[in-house]
Design a protein around this ligand. Structure first.
Ligand code: 5GP
Length: 211
């Protein structure tokens, strides 16, 4: 399946990173400063953590419900990540992009690469930690995991970063402010593409008699 989205459509940003690299904080800060970017809410079989709310962080579903969605071909992509399943549902994405919205997916690298095969114009962004020592320090400081689980996350991270080469952009999250500014630049740059500009400034293109 390859979904053809018209040139006049919105942008699709896909952000991936190993856990601890700061992806969620960066995405949250980007959404707070740029109301034109809309986050897609995924489905997951993982149970809610802490203050998470159904329909806000995720749609939390049972294994059976997830199975039904897979069977009904309801996902654009889905993957096993850290013992659970996660997926991006279809209707949310294609319709919104066609209506000209900028949509951001915060998903793992497997899902990102599936999206690349569906939407040729998707913009894939990989967030890297500045070093393994720093990633370990951040995972330890989160205080969420026992040492054995941190070791497992680091092993996963070493595998995941090997896929960064397939992404369009790489942002190294050493300084949070710099990484956020770089993420914002990637988003702004996409909006300067010919067809994005034509969509957002139709009057200028008409006045200049540009197709
Ligand atoms: P967490 O359970 O910590 O919220 O997320 C675990 C991982 O699953 C993160 O890397 C997150 O980006 C990824 N993830 C969240 N939603 C999706 C999704 O819809 N598809 C895929 N492939 N990965 C997802």
């Amino acid at each position: 399946m390859r979904i053809i989205v018209m040139e006049t459509s919105g942008n699709l940003f896909v952000v991936a990173a190993p856990s601890g690299a700061g992806k969620s904080s960066l995405v949250r800060a980007l959404l707070a400063q740029d109301s034109r970017v809309h986050l897609s809410i995924s489905h997951t079989t993982r149970p809610p953590r802490g203050q998470e709310v159904h329909g806000r962080e995720y749609f939390f579903v049972s294994d059976d419900e997830f199975d039904v969605m897979v069977r009904d071909d309801a996902f654009l992509e889905w993957a096993h990540v850290h013992r659970y399943r996660y997926g991006t549902s279809k209707p949310a994405i294609a319709d919104r992009i066609e209506q000209g919205e900028d949509v951001l997916l915060e998903i793992d690298y497997q899902g990102a690469l599936q999206i690349r095969n569906l939407f040729a114009q998707a913009v894939l962004i990989f967030i890297l930690p500045p070093s393994w020592e720093e990633l370990r320090r951040r995972l330890e400081n989160r205080g969420e995991d026992p040492p054995q689980r941190i070791q497992e996350r680091l092993r996963n991270a070493m595998h995941e970063v090997g896929h960064a080469r397939h992404f369009d952009f790489v942002i190294i999250n050493g300084s949070f402010d710099q990484a956020l500014s770089e993420l914002g630049m990637v988003v702004q740059t996409q909006r300067l593409r010919y067809f994005s500009q034509r969509r957002s400034k139709p009057e200028v293109f008409q006045a200049l008699a540009l197709e």
